[in-house]
Design a protein around this ligand. Structure first.
Ligand code: UDP
Length: 251
């Protein structure tokens, strides 16, 4: 057996780039390569740093959780994970919506509404935000999404909501078994060439709030939002990896 050389994807054409990921074209037009960067950002990109190894950790956690969700019957864009920081995914036309699901009051929800931060909600709350930086991602309801043409009908809205709640149930149970409370998370959806809807983007400590069940310790990007030093932030991502993957991270 020969030694597996790290693959050089840097020559693949870039067809999209965000704050934390690069999208590259693949030979198969139905697939794209997602590269997870070591960048970390908060406050709409105003706060920005580089943490070596973060791309690897988040790519691996995403791949792992997408694989889990696919086995649970959730349609996702995930195809495969490639060391150290790549995911091959179905090429989708992404919907300009962030779908947030909350189990515990935290973040903007605890600021906006008269609830005690940290309290469990009577049932999960699903929220929709328009992805529009200039307008600071306004919250939308079901009607907004149909009227704005983001989804074609209320049935499609219901499908997205149902998928989000299915993800919430499966992920909450999976993480609970690992001693982690799933406080809230964000999903993004997209359509394939046939118009079918899949969960896309990423699922990791950048898109979920995760608290240690026993100690309440924060295991996600909130430590960065709180202004903790970067070595503590990296250690938080490493602990998230350890708990979810069950192995010692290589970085
Ligand atoms: N979230 C995200 N991207 C965003 C905004 C929120 O991944 O642009 C996630 C966030 O990590 C948290 C959940 O969505 O798990 C709810 O976030 P919230 O609305 O409280 O916003 P925040 O105050 O974190 O910006």
């Amino acid at each position: 057996m020969g030694v597996m050389l790290p693959q050089d994807f840097s020559k693949l054409e870039i067809i999209g780039e965000g704050k934390t990921k690069i999208v590259r074209r693949m030979d198969n037009p139905e697939l794209v390569l997602l590269e997870f960067k070591d960048a970390i950002t908060a406050l709409d990109g105003e706060k920005k740093d580089t943490i070596t190894g973060k791309g690897h950790i988040n790519a691996r956690i995403s791949g792992f959780l997408f694989e889990f969700l696919s086995k649970e019957g959730v349609p996702t864009h995930y195809v495969s994970f490639i060391e150290p920081k790549y995911m091959v995914v179905k090429r989708l036309k992404m919907l300009p919506v962030e779908v947030v699901c909350r189990n515990i009051a935290a973040g903007s929800f605890a600021k906006r509404y008269p609830v005690e931060a940290g309290s469990r909600l009577k049932h999960p709350v699903v929220e929709y935000y328009l992805k529009d930086d200039l307008r600071h991602d306004p919250m939308m309801n079901e009607d907004h999404m149909v009227v704005l043409g983001i989804l074609s009908s209320i049935e499609e809205v219901n499908e997205i909501k149902r998928l989000t709640l299915t993800v919430n149930k499966a992920l909450s149970k999976f993480l609970d078994d690992k001693g982690i409370t799933l406080v809230d998370f964000k999903l993004e959806f997209g359509r394939d060439r046939n118009g079918r809807i899949y969960v896309g983007d990423e699922i990791n400590g950048d898109s979920m709030r995760l608290w240690d069940k026993r100690t309440g310790r924060i295991l996600d990007k909130d430590v960065y939002r709180q202004g903790k030093n970067l070595s503590e932030v990296l250690e938080t991502y490493r602990e998230c990896y350890r708990r979810i993957i069950g192995e010692e991270p290589r970085v």
